[in-house]
Design a protein around this ligand. Structure first.
Ligand code: HEC
Ligand code: HEC
Length: 136
């Protein structure tokens, strides 16, 4: 289940990974300290790449969820980070359990429902269509 999320999000990101590694100050080799949801086998560059996709999917910067400098990424000081962790869990459950019998699962293990599926580049997720747009 976890590898599904990772593979999917990392795949999504490959296309835009030309973006400069803005978090290099964190130290590419420094071990990750506080992965509770993502696979502990992920490397720092893999997590950073995934995080850039997550940030872009929500239209926010790293500092929306993280305090301090790149050396402080493991800290859980912001409620936004805790919320995001819940969202990671929810997205994994949707992809691995709830989507199980729907359509055809991608053979490469990529995720069908990502942060972007709902968030579309914004923090706030609309839950109704614009007024008078329906035609029902
Ligand atoms: C929407 C919230 C959110 C944003 C934005 C975000 N992160 Fe994260 N980040 C998280 C969460 C949640 C975790 C913990 C994941 C877990 O528990 O498995 C995390 C973990 C990390 C870690 C692992 C730290 C450790 O040692 O455990 C790194 C590194 C990191 N983020 C870098 C970044 C960078 C760089 C950016 C900006 C490009 C960024 N994050 C943007 C939510 C966010
Ligand atoms: C199935 C749709 C869906 C998916 C997928 C999804 N979200 Fe959300 N997200 C929501 C909804 C709905 C809310 C509003 C929750 C509420 O009412 O507080 C929300 C709220 C949030 C918030 C708080 C926004 C605020 O108002 O401050 C964050 C942060 C967040 N999501 C991060 C993520 C991340 C990171 C991912 C991918 C790992 C993700 N979401 C995937 C639907 C989704």
């Amino acid at each position: 289940m976890r590898s599904l999320l990772t593979v999917g999000l990392v795949c999504v990101v490959t296309a835009i990974s030309a973006v400069a590694n803005v978090d290099a100050q964190g130290g590419a080799q420094a071990p990750l300290q506080n992965l509770q949801v993502l696979p502990k086998t992920m490397t720092r560059p893999e997590v950073q790449t995934l995080m850039r996709t997550v940030a872009a999917s929500l239209g926010v910067q790293c500092s929306h969820c993280h305090v301090g400098s790149p050396a402080d990424r493991a800290k859980d000081d912001k409620p936004e980070k805790l919320m995001a962790r819940k969202m990671f869990r929810m997205s994994m459950a949707i992809n691995s359990d709830l989507m199980k019998d729907i359509g055809t699962a991608p053979t490469d293990g990529s995720m069908r429902v990502t942060c972007f599926t709902c968030h579309r580049g914004a923090l706030k997720v609309p839950n109704a269509p614009p007024p008078a747009g329906g035609g029902f």
